[in-house]
Design a protein around this ligand. Sequence first.
Ligand code: DCP
Ligand code: CA
Ligand code: CA
Length: 361
Amino acid sequence: MDRNRKIVHIDMDAFFASVEQRDNPKLQRRPVIVGGSPQSRGVVAACSYEARRYGIHSAMPCARAARLCPQAIFIAPRMARYKEVSSEIMAIFHRYTAFVEPLSLDEAFLDLTENKYKEPSASIIAEKIRKDISSSTGLTASAGVSCNKFLAKIASDVNKPNGITIVPPDQALDFVAQLPITAFYGVGKATAAKMRRLGIATGADLRRFSNEELNFHFGKNGTFFYNICRGIDHREVRTQHIRKSIGKEKTFATDLVDKKAISEILRQLAETVAAHLYQHDFLGYTLILKIRYHDFRTITRSATSKTPIANSTDILYTLPRLLSNTELGKTPIRLLGITVANLINRHTTPYQLRLPFSFKK
Ligand code: DCP
Ligand code: CA
Ligand code: CA
């Protein structure tokens, strides 16, 4: 398990319904349903926690919701409004890290391993973010803090609404063991039924099966389940900006420890990245080196310079500085990656920009 990453998942509570309750005080503390009307054949998009007490949930037909709670207040969705609030919360996330992956209007993964406050505790930042959201939008969010996406996402649901759940790496196995398999991604109705037939109800049950057995029963998803029930999930937080960076990485058939071999690979990666930069007419201010060690610990080191990187020589010039702060030559490496970020267009950049004395930021 990769214990070093600090991944947070943040999800707004009863999102559409909470926005409606905030905008209209008459709706506060009332069962509110955002979606179609009971007369229409629409379904519930969101419902306030007051409405959930009657057994109402998302995707339920509105007519059924109206029967369960006749006094419920039905409201048509105002998407434009929810998008506004969504941009507000996304902007708050970006105050803390550039590594934000929105999953929908009301939730995102954040990678806080390296963050703008150099704060080692992801839980402290998650709490700051929840405070920021509450003071600037008047709404509550819940957070999950752990060392990968899977754990963080499940954790954010545990103390909902308005709560935070921290799953430290050494508690991850116990945490996953007690989870019902329906909480795992990719377990739809058919898979759940199949798991039940095999006597699998929880993460702990899943862990009794070998990778081969799980592959036999569940095809491609087998290995995913095998890893997930051991708290292993290497998926990265992917920022969704169009071309914020250009990068290339390489996984080795056998782990590398020899410095010469490593620098040869880095030279090749630098050439490839530089060629892509050139093809797309980019220069970039930031160089990011990624290393995954044999034990799957993954680190990134980055440097931002005043003169943008234009070619492989620029990359190779900066790399030693990034490498100095790693376990190079001591710990076997299974993956290396080089990325150039903070891109600007080669042609629209005034040449003077490349002279340090005229560079202002
Ligand atoms: N949504 C929708 N249709 C669905 C599910 C959700 O239109 N079937 C919309 C309305 C929700 C928003 O997306 O407010 C966010 O969905 P969530 O699943 O995060 O649910 P909520 O935020 O409403 O509630 P929770 O507090 O459980 O996160
Ligand atoms: Ca939500
Ligand atoms: Ca959500």
